[in-house]
Design a protein around this ligand. Structure first.
Ligand code: IVH
Length: 715
């Protein structure tokens, strides 16, 4: 190796180690030490170095989280041991029964066979002796000392992650499987790789310290945090799609998406709870397992305790219920596991579930309350949404006083709503609860649909075939308020501090008439606002200034073009590279963009056909807002090149490799000929490789293939 290359290799390894360390702090421990921008800068350094030295690229580099797409559908693979489910307990009595069964079985052979249920119809002497025996067994069972681990029951989906050895002595994530039917799961490795709390590689040192062989498996739960869930639904709504019903479904849907960049944006979280080697539990017990997983760098849910009695379990359950509303992700109960693996082995399994664990399920989060009134909220697009104001009621860990009513059709389907109607409400994964049904109708007159916008008084309109009523007045103050809030929101222009109170004041004082006016605000103007001192004014101005470089995709989202959510905005920005090019694009050109069909292209054309919107773009540009993006072009370098795949690649499946090559413009062929440009060889490559060597065709390993592809995508 040349000295220069040696330096680069060392620098790359150092950067990777540093990035992994910060990813661990941020995504696993939730205690970041450096600002996001510093992380991004190091990531960019690494990307640059890897581009300069493609031969040094490895699939477990932090730059490689979002890789190729799984082709059509997912491959299936068998689990190392079945992924079972859990038996449930719904109340204290059922929990006590389970604990007693566990203790009795642990007493030794025969004990469990004793009848607990005494047959009351039997009136002979047997009854007496049964009772005596039972009493004796119970008394002895009570003396058995059992330790349990109490964990939260995360409302997500379970996955199995397999790690396999790599040359440097560590291990690398090789396979991620969904539960599937418990025996066979789906290979969702490419999507799992995008989850930041899943380590892509584990160092040799960490593995040695844990005393773990280098092939092992980690099981746990993938969940979608509530914040991500809300963002997802907001975006789905903007795209005219129906909202996901709860975070679990959304997480499951996301993991099965055939687009890793989407998975990557949704910020799923993985919590680990089992560690297996060759299908057997590693470590002496559940607590030790969780400690080992933490030491290996996995995210382990911090809410766990060792408990030794049902009373302690109940205390843990109570605590979990009180924490439930502030966790930031959904849980639907508590899981109790006998801690010792030796004891687990003695307890064994029923057909579908272990005897050594049980899920204590929280009671359904429903409640009854009285409707007080309906208020109407005007959104950014003028859509008017009814919201039910209800008598405050405690449900699912929080006090609820507002419920969603979706739209007027929904109210009609409930049979109308009257003040003082008693309704059943349900708090699922969604943060705002929904009305399930009217339990008792009151004598009052039904609440009517409003005819005029509650904020500006103009007549509401409804387009044929749509359910929503809208305020079409473009000067409606509510629309401007919502537009400003959306523009500054997280994930859009990211203007921290531009919240409801500030926006309301800016509008009241006539300081802002459209989003571009934000860029003309001065410190004097802001200092005049309520609860605004020089420091907060300066901070807000700095945020506004910073948003100028958010880039075209963010601006497009911020403009609020109907149906243009995060992903579409991103694709449009990459395709057109500037707002001018986008504005000049014809319907055909727009529809050449992936995922853009007639509905979206129409909406974009209609948006830029309005002079007020063109004016807005001009003002933003004049204010210095960057409306350009790096254009993504498929390099033509690989066009016409033919690849032959042979043998097993370390991380990519055949299908994934093929997909990646084709995405870069190359072709994959089954047989080697003089026309073959490259042969990609993995382990146990066969006669194809021999033939390629005879013909002098260039050989690539997986890392070299990835490097070749990486060098060809962004321009
Ligand atoms: S242990 C043998 N621990 O609940 C299966 N499961 O209802 C043992 N779940 O399929 C699973 N949190 O998807 C375990 N802390 C936790 C869990 C948990 C959520 C899920 C898991 C399982 C389902 C069973």
């Amino acid at each position: 190796m040349s000295a220069a290359k040696h330096d680069a290799a060392q620098q790359i390894e150092e950067l990777r180690a540093e990035l992994r360390h910060h990813e661990h702090l941020y995504y696993v421990l939730d205690t970041p030490e450096i600002p996001d921008a510093a992380y991004d800068a190091r990531m960019n350094d690494l990307k640059r170095l890897e581009a300069e030295h493609p031969e040094l690229l490895t699939p477990d580099s932090p730059t490689q989280r979002v890789g190729g797409k799984p082709a059509e559908g997912f491959q299936k693979a068998a689990h190392s041991r079945p992924m079972l489910s859990l038996d449930n307990a719904y109340n204290e009595g059922e929990l006590r029964d389970w604990d007693r069964r566990v203790r009795t079985r642990l007493l030794g052979p025969g004990s469990a066979a004793v009848a607990y249920e005494i047959d009351e119809s039997k009136e002979d002497d047997d009854e007496e002796s049964d009772r005596a025996l039972n009493a004796e067994v119970s008394a002895r069972a009570e003396q058995v000392h059992v330790e349990y681990t109490a964990e939260l029951k995360l409302d997500g989906l379970s996955v199995a992650l397999r790690y396999e050895p790599v040359e440097d002595g560590g291990s690398r994530l090789a396979l991620g499987l969904t539960r599937g039917d418990g025996q066979i799961g789906e290979d969702v490795t490419t999507n799992i790789r995008t989850i930041r709390s899943v380590p892509l590689a584990i160092s040799a040192t960490a593995i040695e310290k844990a005393g773990l062989p280098r092939s092992f498996e980690v099981r746990g739960e993938v969940v979608m945090p509530l914040k991500g869930f809300e963002l997802l639904n907001k975006e789905r709504e903007e795209q005219g799609l129906s909202p996901a019903v709860n975070p679990r479904n959304a997480a499951a849907g996301t993991l099965r998406t055939l687009e890793p960049s989407i998975v990557s944006n949704r910020r799923l979280v993985f919590f680990a709870y089992f560690l297996l080697v060759e299908g057997e539990y590693f470590a002496v017990g559940q607590s030790a397992t969780l400690d080992a997983l933490t030491a290996l760098g996995f995210r382990v849910n911090p809410h766990r305790e060792r408990v030794e009695s049902v009373d302690e379990m109940l205390r843990f359950i109570e605590k979990a219920e009180s924490q439930r509303a502030s966790l930031g992700y959904e849980i639907d109960g508590v899981v109790l596991k006998v801690d010792s693996h030796a004891a687990q082995q003695r307890l064994g399994y029923t057909g579908r579930a272990p005897r050594w664990a049980i899920a204590y399920k929280f009671a359904a989060q429903t409640a009854e309350t009285a409707i007080e009134s309906i208020t109407w909220q005007v959104g950014r697009t003028g859509k008017v949404t009814p919201v039910g104001e209800v008598a405050p009621v405690f449900v699912g860990g929080t006090t609820v006083s507002r419920v969603t009513l979706h739209n007027w059709d929904f109210i009609e389907r409930l049979g109308g709503l009257r003040p003082s109607d008693i309704v059943e409400i349900e708090r699922g994964g969604d943060v705002i609860p929904k009305v399930v049904r009217v339990v008792k109708q009151s004598e009052n007159a039904p609440i009517a649909l409003i005819a005029a916008c509650p904020e500006c008084g103009s007549q509401l309109e409804r387009t044929e075939g749509e359910v929503d009523w809208r305020c079409v007045n473009s000067d409606c103050p509510a629309k401007l308020r919502e537009t400003l809030l959306h523009f500054g929101a997280r994930g859009v222009m990211n203007i921290e501090g531009l919240g409801e109170a500030v926006v309301a004041q800016l509008l009241d004082r006539g300081l802002v008439h459209h989003v571009a006016d934000l860029y003309a605000l001065t410190e004097e103007q802001l200092v005049g606002l309520e609860r605004f001192a020089e420091k907060s004014a300066k901070a807000l101005l700095a945020e506004i200034e910073g948003s100028k470089s958010a880039g075209l995709a963010r601006v497009l989202m911020g403009l609020g073009i109907r149906f243009v959510g995060e992903r579409t905005a991103q694709l449009l920005a990459e395709e057109f590279g500037s707002v001018e090019a986008l504005m000049a694009a014809t319907v055909e050109e727009l529809e050449r963009v992936e995922e853009v069909g007639p509905r979206i292209s129409e909406s974009i054309r209609a948006f830029f056909a309005r002079p007020a919107n063109v004016q807005l773009v001009e003002s933003l540009k004049a204010a210095g807002v960057d409306m350009t993006a790096e254009k993504k072009q498929r390099s033509t370098e690989l066009a016409g090149k033919t690849f032959v795949l042979t043998g097993t690649l370390p991380t990519l499946s055949r299908e994934e490799a093929k997909q990646k090559i084709e995405a870069a413009g190359g072709k994959v062929s089954a047989a080697v000929s003089k026309k073959t440009s490259y042969v990609v060889a993995g382990e146990e490559a066969g006669s194809k490789l021999d033939k390629a060597r005879q013909l002098g065709i260039q050989e690539l390993n997986e890392a070299e293939l990835l490097a070749l592809l990486a060098g060809t995508t962004p321009v």
